[in-house]
Design a protein around this ligand. Structure first.
Ligand code: ARG
Length: 604
């Protein structure tokens, strides 16, 4: 219903300018027009409301209700407003409540029933003869030879959902896995590898490092304690950087082993992502330094080359530098990110030609990105009309509010965590089947518990305001009640059931007149029509929890409708009208779950 909303705003603005705003106040008005009309604070007030008269009353020192009544007189002369709205009402101290006409809502519902995206418009850059804008989503991005931890899980789930939302809107989305596959740590890892498997280095591909994380730890221990090992590790870094065949082969082995682990997780989460790790940007690092130098942005500080950041200070209040080249000449995480920004905004074929880059990492990297963005702006690497966003998220905690751990106090492996979610989902399912005296095949049981278990983990994460920390609880996320994946999946199963029983499906394909009278029907209609607004708002502020909240409300609204109005028992035309709402709810729900990366079920 976004289009209606925009049209209303435009017409309200015109009437306001024509009537209430005196010339000398035009500037103050610029600010006011941004929120001229807002969503209603309560459903029963109507579809939208206009609060401007309260603000104007302060500017003109007049009673807001009087201003509102004058304003309504003017609004009533606007033909389009008369077409769209029922009588405009003054409420409370001087709000104007706006209710759309029934026939307008029905017209919109009919459009959404036909629309494969349930009413979500394609982004405005979808025009003929031109490729739509490209959005890079940089997410997941674990590190080679290190554990992919719950932070990476959050990034993966949130990044995937954001990507899907942009895809639905018709953008070209480039999902990038910026894995940590470069850096001085490879010196010690390769040295350890060579020490342990010296005779076997030719068959390096066959060596199995079953526990890479342990391997990392033991290498680190030697690096910290044995000076000879440390020395060889340093030499190894130089060899690797200069492209030595043997070192590169060893590096590849390490990367491949990690990749196998990562891929297993991506497979169980059904994640598509293109690997383009830090090492990809190696050839471009030198020119980052050169260009910053040329643009007079580099400052030497204690031997390191850095850019001092505006408005960012350390604890002592001193300006904070972003180090671009270390004292020993080495490059770092920030250098790579700067090279990546340049590459991603560069025109094809030597770049991605992106118009927006979105980074999904934990909150701990906020300063890093603020610094990198600032330097990129100073260097003019972010083209006009292009945008970079960091999407930070909080920590995952156990129910005790502390870091998530196993009962024995170890860090939880992602694989085990997902496995546990599915195991518990299966336990719940078997219990339910027993209580209901149902028999189901093994295949059904495995698939259903997988979809519920994985869906529950994803939904629990996405439904939180990502900025706050969130408490990981299997019991909560697997519950059939509340704002959980099982509740949504169950509602969907219920709707699909009705739609399957619907013997009028063919007949109802023809355009027929839809009729509604029950309050529950209108509630559902209004909820369904909000879908596009929710999606567009996420495109702006990148908060997928908005979609989850919306879905939860949609399901509640639907369930009330389902409980209070008869559907299949109704006479034909009422029945068709109601089935149409079931159909659109099913479509909206399915599509939304898809946007959250959650598979759906026919039965459960
Ligand atoms: N590898 C990093 C980590 O594990 C995340 C990388 C995020 N992306 C980026 N372009 N810096 O924390």
């Amino acid at each position: 219903m976004l289009i209606i909303f925009q049209e209303l705003t435009k017409n309200f603005e015109q009437s306001l300018l024509a009537s209430l705003i005196k010339n000398d106040k035009k500037e103050e008005f610029e600010d006011l027009r941004k929120n001229l009309i807002t969503q209603s604070s309560k459903e029963e007030f109507g579809d939208y409301q206009c609060n401007i008269c309260l603000v104007l009353s302060k500017i003109y020192k007049k009673n807001p209700r009087d201003i509102a009544s004058d304003f309504i007189k003017k609004l009533n002369k606007n033909k389009r407003i008369l077409d769209l709205c029922k009588d405009l009402e003054i409420a409370g101290p001087g709000f104007i409540n706006i209710k759309l006409k029934d026939e307008i809502l029905i017209k919109e519902i009919k459009l959404n029933i036909k629309c494969p995206r349930a009413g979500v418009p394609l982004s405005s850059n979808n025009v003929k003869d031109r490729l739509p804008d490209k959005v890079v989503v940089d997410f997941s991005s674990p590190n080679i030879a290190k554990e992919m931890h719950v932070g990476h899980l959050r990034s993966t789930i949130i990044g995937d959902s954001i990507s899907r939302i942009f895809e639905l809107r018709g953008y070209q989305v480039l999902r990038i896995n910026h894995i940590g596959d470069w850096g001085t740590q490879f010196g010690m890892l390769i040295t350890q590898l060579k020490d342990l498997y010296a005779n076997n280095l030719k068959e390096i591909d066959q060596i199995k490092i079953s526990d890479l994380v342990e391997f990392y730890k033991s290498s680190k221990k030697r690096f910290d304690n044995e000076s000879e090992f440390q020395e060889r590790s340093r030499e190894e870094v130089v060899k690797l950087q200069s492209g030595n065949t043997e070192s590169t082969a060893a590096w590849n082995l390490l990367c491949n082993q990690s990749r196998k682990e990562f891929d297993e997780i991506y497979k169980s989460l059904n994640i598509k992502i293109k690997e383009r790790g830090e090492s990809f940007y190696n050839p471009f690092l030198k020119s980052v330094i050169e260009e910053l130098d040329y643009k007079n942005l580099l400052v030497e500080d204690q031997g390191a080359k850095c850019v001092f950041l505006d408005g960012m200070t350390n604890k002592e209040g001193k300006p904070l530098p972003l180090i671009i080249q270390k004292k020993d000449g080495g490059f770092n995480y920030a250098t790579t990110d700067l090279a990546a920004i340049k590459y991603r905004f560069n025109k094809a074929p030597d770049g991605d030609d992106a118009s927006r880059i979105i980074y999904v990492t934990d909150h701990g990297q906020s300063n890093h990105f603020a610094g990198v963005f600032q330097v990129a702006k100073k260097a003019n690497w972010i083209p006009e009309n292009c945008q970079v966003d960091h999407v930070p998220f909080g920590l995952v905690q156990g129910i005790d509010g502390k870091k998530l751990k196993t009962r024995e106090g170890d860090t939880i492996r992602l694989k085990d965590l997902l496995f546990e979610a599915v195991r518990r989902a299966k336990e719940d399912l078997l219990e339910r089947l027993k209580n209901e005296n149902r028999y189901e095949t093994e295949k059904f049981i495995l698939n259903t518990s997988r979809v519920i278990g994985i869906g529950a983990v994803k939904y629990a994460d996405l439904s939180q305001n990502r900025i706050t920390n969130y408490q990981f609880s299997f019991d909560k996320m697997l519950s059939l009640n509340g704002n959980t994946a099982p509740y949504l999946l169950y509602t969907l199963v219920r709707i699909s059931g009705i739609n399957r029983k619907n013997d009028l499906i063919d007949e109802s394909k023809h355009s027929i007149s839809l009729n509604y009278e029950h309050e529950c029907e209108w509630r559902l209609i209004r909820k369904l029509l909000k879908f596009d607004e929710v999606i567009i708002s996420i495109e702006k502020d990148l908060m997928p929890n908005r979609l989850c909240n919306y879905l939860f409300e949609l399901c509640q609204t639907y369930n009330r409708f389902y409980d209070q109005v008869p559907i299949l028992k109704e006479e034909k035309y009422k029945k068709i009208s109601r089935l149409k709402l079931c159909d659109l709810t099913e479509k909206t729900l399915k599509l939304s779950l898809e946007l959250l990366g959650i598979e759906t079920l026919e039965r459960m």
